[in-house]
Design a protein around this ligand. Structure first.
Ligand code: SF4
Length: 230
């Protein structure tokens, strides 16, 4: 054993968000450069500053790369079926109104197969916070076009460019009556942290979208950044 290295490790302060994570599940599945991990950091810091009773906070995720978040947070959490995180969370809320429900899922999951649940939960003002990570693609299943993929962007199912306009999800949530709506990027760590904290403390349907990069599929197919390989 390298005693010197061991001494340095022991001297390192604990990561302040470690208590919010199931560290026995690490390392996580996300690719290098993926924005989802940064959003988990943002979310845990928002939880910390919200001062909510963590015994009452429940995280519900659907399917996809973002859907794996439920498995990493050290809270009561549920990894549910594709697109059904919001109705699952609605059921939990109806069964136990004292819970603070957080739905944490991706754009493909929540705005395509789960799109109807999304608009109707906002319309009914179900008391929950939705954190939607938007990477403009279906990451886990191979980079297919999503309702959030920008016009003319390349996806595995639109090799000549997407010909449909992308959803504006904060505007959609707002038009359906959400009490709190925000959009940030994974780069805006402090702003997004404050925003999620504010959303968590609202009564009613609150919505925070975080735009996050998917370098493995979306960025590569669209030749973003300095790596031009497809
Ligand atoms: S495929 Fe994309 S969204 Fe999924 S983990 Fe990799 S970079 Fe992130």
């Amino acid at each position: 054993m390298n005693e010197e290295l061991f001494a340095i490790d022991r001297a390192m302060p604990a990561n302040p968000v470690e208590a919010y994570l199931r560290t026995d599940r690490l390392p996580h599945i996300w690719c290098p450069g993926c924005g989802i991990g940064t959003t988990v950091n943002i979310f845990t810091r928002a939880l910390e500053t919200s001062k909510l009773d963590l015994n009452r906070v429940v995280v519900v995720s659907g399917i996809g790369c973002t859907g794996r978040v439920a498995g990493y947070v050290n809270l009561d959490s549920f990894h549910t079926t594709h697109g059904r995180a919001i109705p699952f969370a609605t059921g939990l809320k109806l069964a136990n109104p004292d819970l603070k429900l957080v739905v944490y899922s991706g754009d493909g999951d929540l705005s395509a197969i789960g799109g109807n649940h999304f608009i109707h939960a906002a319309r009914r003002n179900v008391d929950m916070t939705v954190v939607l990570i938007n990477n403009a693609t279906y990451g886990m299943t191979g980079g297919q076009v999503a309702p959030t993929t920008p016009l003319s962007a390349i996806a595995s199912t639109t090799p000549y460019g997407n010909f449909e306009a992308a959803f504006n999800l904060p505007a959609l949530a707002d038009s359906c009556g959400a009490v709190y709506v925000a959009r940030w990027t994974a780069y805006h760590v402090r702003h997004a942290t404050k925003s999620i904290r504010d959303a968590l403390l609202k009564k009613g349907f609150s919505f925070v979208e975080i735009l996050a990069p998917c370098p493995t599929l979306y960025s590569r197919k669209n030749r973003l950044g300095t790596d031009s390989r497809r």
